[in-house]
Design a protein around this ligand. Structure first.
Ligand code: AMP
Length: 212
C-alpha cells in the first residue's frame, strides 16, 4: 500500500503517519526527517538543504527529488510506505508520477489532513522535540512527564529552528503558494481523501483509518 499524507505544516502529518504506518506494518518516509538527519550528519544533501530549512523555505526540487528517488524505488520498501512531506510542489508531484509510471507503481490514496490556519501556528510553536530520539511533544496537547525532558530517554527537549514564529509564517506562506495547488492535482486524479485533522491525536487516527 502506498499512501501520501498531505497537509499544511502543523497538520499532524508526521504524528499521524508514524501511528498509521506502525499499525499497518509499512514504512514511514518523512522527507523532513531524512533532511534533518542529513544536516546532522553534514552530508552533501544536508549541506545543500540546511540554509533553506533554517529559513522555513522549501529545499530545491532537484535536491529533494534525488533524495526521494533513491528511497521509493528500493526493493525492500517498494510496496508499502507512507510518504510524509513529499510531494510539496507540482514539479515534485509530476516527477513522482513519472518515477511510479516507469516502475508500474500506483498511489493508493492521498490523505489530506485539514486544519484551520490559526490552529496551525499554535501547534507548531508549542512543539518540542527530543534532541536524541526525535520523539515529538507539545506544550499543551502532549506534554512530557517532566518539563523539558524526553519521557523515553530523558534527553533534553528542544524547539526546531523552523518552529519559531517568523519561520512558521514563511512555511505557511510557502505552503499556500507552492503546496496547496496539489489539492486540485490529486483531486483531478481522484486520489484525494479529505480528513478533518482537528481534535485529539487518537480521534484523528481513527478518522484516517476509516478512509483507508
Ligand atoms: P517537515 O519536517 O516535513 O516540516 O520538513 C521540514 C523542512 O524540510 C521543510 O520546511 C523544508 O525546508 C524541508 N522539506 C521537507 N520536505 C520537503 C519537500 N518535499 N520539498 C522541499 N523541502 C522539503
Amino acid at each position: 500500500m502506498i499512501l501520501i499524507f498531505f497537509g499544511a505544516p502543523g497538520s499532524g502529518k508526521g504524528t499521524q503517519s508514524k501511528i498509521i504506518a506502525k499499525k499497518l506494518g509499512i514504512y514511514h518516509l518523512s522527507t523532513g526527517e531524512i533532511l534533518r538527519e542529513a544536516v546532522k550528519d553534514k552530508t552533501q544533501v544536508g549541506l545543500e538543504a540546511k540554509q533553506y530549512m533554517d529559513r522555513g523555505d522549501l529545499v530545491p526540487d532537484e535536491v529533494i527529488i534525488r533524495v526521494i528517488a533513491e528511497k521509493v524505488l528500493k526493493g525492500d520498501i517498494k510496496n508499502g510506505y507512507i510518504l510524509d512531506g513529499f510531494p510539496r510542489t507540482l514539479a515534485q508531484a509530476k516527477s513522482l508520477d513519472r518515477m511510479y509510471q516507469n516502475a508500474s507503481i500506483e498511489i493508493d490514496r492521498v490523505i489530506y489532513l485539514e486544519v484551520q490556519r490559526d490552529k496551525l501556528i499554535n501547534r507548531l510553536s508549542g512543539r518540542r522535540v527530543c534532541a536524541l530520539c526525535g520523539e515529538e511533544y507539545h506544550l499543551d496537547f502532549k506534554a512530557p512527564k517532566e518539563e523539558g525532558v524526553c519521557d523515553i530517554d530523558q534527553s533534553e527537549l528542544i524547539q526546531r529552528s523552523d518552529d519559531h514564529v517568523a519561520e512558521i509564517r514563511t512555511r505557511l506562506e510557502n505552503y499556500k503558494d507552492q503546496t496547496e495547488p496539489l489539492v486540485k492535482y490529486y483531486q483531478d486524479q481522484e486520489l484525494l481523501v479529505r480528513v478533518d485533522a482537528e481534535g485529539q491525536i487518537e480521534t484523528v487516527s481513527k478518522r484516517i483509518f476509516e478512509v483507508i
